[in-house]
Design a protein around this ligand. Sequence first.
Ligand code: AMP
Length: 443
Amino acid sequence: MEIRSIRGMNDILPEDSILWKHVRDTMHRVLARYGFREILIPVLEETRLFQRGIGETTDIVEKEMYTFEDRSGQSLTLRPEATASIVRAYVQHHLYTSGKVEKFYFWGPMFRYERPQKGRYRQFYQIDVEAFGSNDPSLDTDVIASLYDFLAALRVPGVTIEINSLGCPKCRPGYHQALKAYFSDKQVKLCPDCKSRLVRNPLRILDCKVETCHALAMNAPNIHEFLCDTCKTHFRGVRGYLEDLRIPTRLNPMMVRGLDYYVQTTFEAVSENLGAQNAVAGGGRYDGLVRQLGGPDIPGIGYAMGMERLVMILKEAGEEPMEWPCDLFIATLGKDARRFGITLAAKIRKTGKVCEFSYEPKSLKALMKLANRLNARFTAIIGEDEMREQKIVLRNMETREQVTLPMDDSLPEMIVVSLDNADDSRSTQRPPFPSSFPEKSSR
Ligand code: AMP
């Protein structure tokens, strides 16, 4: 019987993975400009890291973690998000002793036992960005600006950055009380989840997707009437800097985010092209988390971006699918040509060109078909005649022009020169996928 992948866990095939690669290349390029450095973390962590780090009353910890005991009986969990792990690494390796704001990024798979649907999977990939060591609004601004620049560099259309402040341990309890007072006489209309949220974490009622809860939440007290002076000043600072940078944001007082550790600034990038699962990225400030996980009292802020959703928007907005490049296809006919050809392929690859080879014996006609299927710019034809005459035929697959080159030591170089000087539409490096995205206004 055929074995299939696990529900909610997808294969990313090469026709898509090239676009994923483009997203990752852009990530490295844009984040490096801000001084973010790549960090790699394990897929498995002790379960208590997430229980303590994400919060016991969150959906993730309550019902979505892949948790199991290993052979020694230790409880382990497949990471459902990266922030807790990166904080753990920051504390474990005493990275706070560096005397500077530490800025990291990471990308990799996350695991949550959610109900799969479009844009929601059980294994999904996130790009994660975290910064530690300052509570100044300028750091919030840089982190949000890096998200904006990333989306702009990818030319992601139809995305808005929403922003909010969730207050701090000083002012949030007052807001909790106000929410409790507001919702308590409306309890009968709340969904079962929100009934329990009312007791444990009333803030979460504000982002419930159930229609009746949502309708009630619309008239709930507004957090901004409860922020303390410190939080107000901080939020004003962030918004002011963002305005200076001409980064458009929309205030959304209802945005609370699903994780317990956030304080003050929270933000989400939402897309008009994604349907129900419309958040591309989300994040916020988590000033108490480093201490909660055993480190000193150091503030932090970060965000996570869903790669599947990002790729989905890019694909819907793009005109043409991207193809893996192939500079040269070496088409050989006969045993001697094959032997010569495989060595030639190795030499061409050493020059940095992408070179494919005719592994299976085929007729010339079939080889030409294969060259087109491989999307080769050029084909080197090496048959029995060519071997006898010690030359090869180099064919430009677009213009159909052919040249004959001698089979001597200069052959690899001659081929590379021909490739570099060719006049076909792919002779220059292609622009990032896809070239037709509307340019975001540059700032
Ligand atoms: P979160 O860690 O829940 O704040 O999510 C951050 C981003 O990760 C979201 O905006 C989504 O783009 C993505 N994401 C979260 N959960 C899933 C999931 N189950 N499947 C696909 N993407 C997800």
